[in-house]
Design a protein around this ligand. Sequence first.
Ligand SMILES: [Fe+2]
Ligand SMILES: [Fe+2]
Length: 395
Amino acid sequence: MHTTTDASPPDEADTAPPLQLVDTGTDLGSGFHVPASGDARMTWEYDLSDQRLMTLYQRGKDRQWDAATRIPWELDVDRDNPLGQPEELIPIHGSRAWERFGHDRRFVAQLFLHTTAWQFSQFLHGEQGALVCAARIVETVPDLESKFYASTQVIDEARHLEAYGRFVREKLGLLYPVNDALRTLLEQILADSRWDLPFLGMQVLIEGLGLASFGLLRDTTANGVAPLPHALLAYVMQDEARHVAFGRLALRQLYSELSDTERRDRQEFIIEGSRLLFRRFRGDEIWQVLGLDHADCVETVEKSPSMRAFRSLLFTRVVPTLRDIGLWDERVASAYEKLGVMRYAKHDLDTLMAGDEDAALAADREQRELALRRAQVHETMVVGAAPPAEGTASA
Ligand SMILES: [Fe+2]
Ligand SMILES: [Fe+2]
């Protein structure tokens, strides 16, 4: 592992640990450049006929929030277990490496820190991809209503990038490079000239998987277990419901008019992309960086019942959307069956998203209660520290 530049802005520099970039052997070069292709589009039709998209645009404007003030950044995060998780949730729990070193507190703390840093680093890279894709959608989508809506999504994604970036930098101090599978998929999406590909690849697939993953972590950090990451995840998820709704509205219409070949192309893209992203959840880089036996770790991650349940839950948000936009059929179902992710595929998207809204509001309440309790504790401490009033001093 080697240290690169400290990316903290000046006001965080005093308290933040120096940010370390984990060396996974990936050549990061000078960044990530994908030549753009396809048309930038403008329209001269200014009458706004799609009221559903305009309603979504209005909601996007109404629901803006500030990541700098809504998330309780003042709270400490325990780097030895940033999400307050039980040991059973460590992906290699039960492996030979675990049997050998699991009694060592430092080993367990390293596992908690690295698995969390790896997950949140990939969220961070994914959010940057989402920001660039949302901007691309503004540029390439033909109608004005979609351009209006997508522009609110650009600022949403910037906020997510800001929030995850600050969490990784300021609270974890450890950044993993972008995972190969995620980078390959981003490259495919951004290089493609078809304007619906950023929708399908980013909104449906990458964000669909991301959302399920955020949701699992949001729920395990609830009820005061880890209030800062919990609030961060709950607030980001609240925005994502609009993004998913946008993808569904935009693609449902377009995909009903596709030829068989065009539909098949999109299905191939989804199957391949799902396989790629599915593999990334093995967390290969973590085991390699920690110097553990790769085969032992991967075998445990693949076989463990809790990791299997985790992976099948990942697709709960993707499958209903694929059904909704007309891409779901026997072939896609059988590819998903082979990945072993069909167990939870029948979830209803609207119910899940209503739950996301409730979770964000509950996180707001939790913040208010926490702030009230801290104010009370502070008040008590001030009273306790005050010199005794005259005549009340003990003899
Ligand atoms: Fe996002
Ligand atoms: Fe999004």
